[in-house]
Write a new protein. Structure first.
Length: 282
């Protein structure tokens, strides 16, 4: 159902010497998500785990809140020039009684692999209210566990090792045990795949977990974590100002610049336990 990697010829130059060789690239193809036969969104993604991606997307958009809210998810006929199914259109049927998404969720344009918010019918629709606010989650995580998460996530990135061109997201237990990891050309898709997997496994709300992402933390990624009830979000790079605002508003712990033995805690410091004691303050 689509290739995760493709090989293309390149001209390699090193120390003034040239040679032609094949190079492995991360595959990027469009996925159209439909609900009840109606096109809802098109996202550029790495093929694979598409059902998880669709479930995670619908969860984080507030369309569903439980795996029982989806009756079926199936690929539609979407053929290429040779008549073969591309598996690039997925139709989700909601369970009886589950209301369809309203117009505020509809993506007027496709979402690129770098930006999932672009094309929203309304910017106000981004601030979707969650059923699973993480503010009361009592989980505590040691700084020692946190500093080990980037290496654990990186070790789970099989396709990145081949291509060097994918983002990753991983859900962890507070002792640092990896629950699930997913890769994708789009950081928001990687998160949707992780959260979709968690939803299908009956793990939403994702209480007592840490979501680790490779790269920066945007408002949208923070919202996705909030919508799934994730209490701790950590990243190797910087958060945006709106990501910090969202974390503080919802009671989430937000960690950035998690590299080596250091990190910045931007919100929810009370959940982070150092060698001496829990931190205090916002």
């Amino acid at each position: 159902m689509g290739r995760v990697t493709v090989r293309r010829p390149v001209l390699h130059i090193e120390d003034g010497q040239t040679r032609r060789r094949p190079d492995a690239l991360a595959a990027e193809e469009p996925l159209e998500i439909r609900v009840g036969g109606r096109a809802l969104a098109v996202t550029m993604r790495t093929p694979g785990h598409d059902v998880e991606l669709a479930h995670g997307f619908l969860l984080t958009e507030g369309v569903i809140g439980d795996r029982e809210d989806v009756a079926t998810a199936r690929y539609c006929d979407s053929v290429d020039d040779s008549g073969r199914n591309t598996y690039n259109v997925l139709d989700v049927a909601l369970a009886p009684g589950v209301p369809p998404p309203d117009d505020s969720v509809e993506r007027r344009f496709y979402t690129t692999s770098s930006c999932g918010v672009c094309g929203k019918a309304s910017l106000d629709a981004v601030r979707t209210k969650t059923r699973y606010a993480p503010g009361d989650d009592p989980v505590r995580v040691t700084s020692e566990v946190l500093v080990g998460l980037p290496d654990t996530l990186r070790a789970a990135q099989a396709v990145f090792e081949t291509t060097g061109g994918l983002h990753a997201a991983g859900l962890f237990r507070p002792d640092g045990t990896l629950i699930v990891a997913r890769e994708d050309v789009g950081r928001h898709n990687a998160v949707d795949k992780v959260l979709g997997h968690t939803l299908l496994a009956g793990g939403v709300p994702a209480s007592g977990t840490v979501l680790m992402v490779s790269g920066r933390t945007s408002f949208e990624l923070t919202q996705k974590a909030v919508m799934a009830g994730v209490p701790v979000l950590a990243a190797v790079s910087a958060p945006s100002s709106l990501a910090v605002e969202m974390a503080r508003e919802t009671g989430m712990t937000l960690v950035g610049f998690l590299r080596g033995q250091s990190m910045n805690v931007y919100a929810g410091t009370e959940r982070i336990v150092t060698a001496d004691a829990p931190l205090v303050g916002g």
